[in-house]
Ligand binder design. Structure first.
Ligand code: GLN
Length: 253
């Protein structure tokens, strides 16, 4: 088995060490003997994206998002949108997540058209939504809790019938109002969680890898890893954000 990863716009969307998510995915594949090839697509570059299995897009400030607009209006935007429609796996963080939507309205009322690959939109606010947070992944068979750090002025609203990635246990999430966090559309995972999010959430990382392998090979069995340190980091943040009663609050008594 082999996965080909495309890191989209690492030169523009590169906040908060989000590239660490790519390193984490590479490592958790390597530790299982699954080969992985990673390439990048930078602003102004053009390449056929149909051969990639998994895409990553990190976060960026409003300015960097606007720098991308011309790129997204051209061939690259069309190829990224086609990859989403074809069921390719994506992990998109904050600004990279917002870019998948139809548009971003800045706090000054300027409308920036984005990819329109997923029915969601974002409206910039004056107060930034910042802090450590935690959310439970949606999905009948999931009890996965993700811990992370969010910092965004954008308030994202999901279109009718579009599923969130999860629901917040504490923190703001998509908009600080409807308790949703991120998006899970086809094989796209969008989240506001910076950090990088994956190293301290090994279950979430493996869910993404399994999704990409299943999409490519029809099946995926990831051998268990010794996640002792990852789980200690996860529990440490969970205790920090939920307090001493975190086991009761998460049903992990
Ligand atoms: N510029 C976007 C916002 O503030 C995304 C920020 C980010 O990627 N951290 O909502």
């Amino acid at each position: 088995m082999r996965l080909k990863i495309c890191h989209l716009y690492p030169d523009a969307l590169n906040l908060y060490g989000d590239r660490g998510n790519v390193l984490c995915m590479q490592k958790r594949l390597f530790w299982r003997g699954i080969s992985c090839e990673t390439e990048t697509l930078k602003v102004g570059e053009h390449k056929d994206l149909s051969g990639y299995d998994l895409f990553f897009m990190g976060g960026g400030q409003d300015f960097e998002q606007e720098v991308l607009l011309s790129d997204l209006r051209g061939q690259n935007g069309r190829e990224i949108k086609a990859a989403v429609a074809d069921g390719k796996t994506f992990l998109c963080i904050c600004g990279g997540y917002q870019i998948l939507g139809t548009h971003y309205e800045t706090k000054d009322g300027v409308i920036c058209s984005f990819l329109g690959a997923v029915d969601l939109y974002t409206v910039g606010g004056t107060k930034r939504l910042i802090g450590n947070y935690a959310y439970r992944l949606d999905g009948a068979d999931s009890d996965e809790i993700v811990v992370g750090f969010e910092n965004h002025s954008g308030r994202t609203r999901l279109g009718k019938g579009i599923s969130p990635l999860g629901h917040v246990l504490t923190g703001y999430g998509n908009n600080g109002k409807d308790h949703t966090e991120g998006v899970h559309y086809k094989n796209v995972f969008g989240t506001y969680s910076h950090g990088p999010v994956l190293p301290k959430n090994p279950g979430f990382c493996d869910l993404i890898l399994e999704t990409a392998l299943k999409q490519k090979y029809g099946t995926a069995e990831l051998a268990p890893l010794n996640d002792r340190f990852e789980k200690l980091a996860h529990e440490s943040v969970l205790r920090q954000v939920l307090g001493a009663g975190y086991r009761r609050k998460t049903g992990r008594t």
